[in-house]
Every structure is written in C-alpha cells, then in structure tokens.
Design a protein around this ligand. Sequence first.
Ligand code: T5A
Ligand code: NA
Length: 210
Amino acid sequence: GGGGDAEKRGALIVLEGLDRSGKSSQCRALASFLRGRGESVEEWRFPDRTTAIGQMISSYLSQASELDDSAVHLLFAANRWEKRSLMESTLRKGITLLIDRYSYSGVAFSAAKGLDFQWCRTPETGLPAADLVLYLDIDPEVAASRGEYGLERYEKVDFQRRVATYYQAMRDSTWQTVDANQSVDEVQEALREAAVSVIQSCKSGAELLR
Ligand code: T5A
Ligand code: NA
C-alpha cells in the first residue's frame, strides 16, 4: 500500500440472502447511516433491470418469458460484467459501493436449479471481489410470510432451502452472517459495525483492489 489510489479506495460491500430476507430495506438504511457519518456511498443492485440485458432478466423473473437455464445464468453474469469498469472506477474514486446481490446470488440460484456448481462460478471469475459480504440469514418460512412473496419465479420455500445450501458452500473470510429473522432495526444494528470497519481498512490501503 501507501499509494494515493489505495488510500482513496472505496469498499465493495455486498448484501446477500434468500428472497425477502430484507436486503433492499437494509441496503437503504445502511447507506443513509454511512452517509450520515460523512462517507461517500452509492447503492447498486443486481440484476440491474435498467439495461438491455437486465430487461431480458426482468421479463424472465416475472415469468413473462422463458429462457434456457444456462442461458439465463450467463445473462445474470453478463449483467455484472457490463458494469465492471464503472464498478472499478467508482471504487477508485473512493466511493463505497453497497450492492444488493452479486455473484453469490448468481451461483446459488442457478446451482439450486441443478446446474453444475463449478460451471456456475466460472463466468463470475475476474469480477471485482467483495471486501465484505453481509449474509442475511433467514428461515425460508419466515421469508415466505413477508409482503408480496411468491410473485417471482424463484419464490418457493423448497427452492429457497436449496439456494441456502449453496450460499453456505461459498462462505469465506469476507462473510458476516446476521440473523435476519429479527426486526428491521436489530438487523441494521448488526450490519453497521462490520461496514464501518471494512470502509476504514479500504481507506488505509490495507485492502487493495484485486
Ligand atoms: N438472481 C439474482 C439470480 O438468480 N441470479 C443473479 O445473478 C441475481 C443477481 C430477483 C431474483 O433474481 C435472482 C434472485 C431473486 O430470486 P431481486 O431483484 O434482488 O432478485 O429480488 P427482489 O424481489 O427485489 O428482492 P427480494 O425479494 O430478495 O427482497 P429483499 O430485498 O431481500 O427484501 P426487502 O427489503 O424488499 O423486504 C421484503 C419485505 O419484507 C419486509 C419488507 O418491508 C418487505 O415487505 N421486511 C421485513 N419484515 C419484517 N422484519 C424484517 N426484519 C423485515 N425486513 C424486510
Ligand atoms: Na430486493
């Protein structure tokens, strides 16, 4: 470390979890908490439904169209690759990215459909690596009781259980698991310290952009 760029680098923080685990709500709250502390933060999400690829994915998820399982897997990955250079330049400006779902969703959901786990990981290789993964751990039955569950393609309890096993297979030292069966405020409290700490280490150049 020691270079000016390393000192300015923002952190790549990812929120992951089963459908309805509370990722989007927590992302919003965490971003506003961090901004209140003077941090520069952008909130992103995948799939990014605003691009041409994202619109194909969105139509597939809402069950308005059918696609081959492998083809849709590659579209989800391509939707991250089309954002790669913007992700990297944003981090290099010292802006922290809070991302609602990332490659872990890509792998866990496709593997749960029966695609080969290693094959699923291949197109994710080379994307910017997360500095911190906040995994919102929820009982699929609790998730199913939350608002609007069941409208999208993957929102079925048995399927979500399989997704959870693939998430567990991807855990590494960047992961922090939070009990997402708790109230919105309790979950938020549990996320803050880890986020503040990783932003500090990225600023000090302790974590270099891989
Ligand atoms: N997918 C995604 C892939 O297959 N491959 C990929 O590469 C990627 C990136 C869409 C689907 O795509 C799959 C995974 C998904 O199946 P999405 O657009 O992120 O992904 O899905 P959304 O529908 O936007 O989000 P989720 O359904 O996952 O919900 P969240 O964001 O986890 O939950 P949130 O915050 O919207 O909350 C859901 C409801 O619960 C309430 C909220 O008020 C809301 O009503 N709630 C709580 N209630 C009680 N206690 C709490 N602690 C609560 N927290 C939230
Ligand atoms: Na969401």
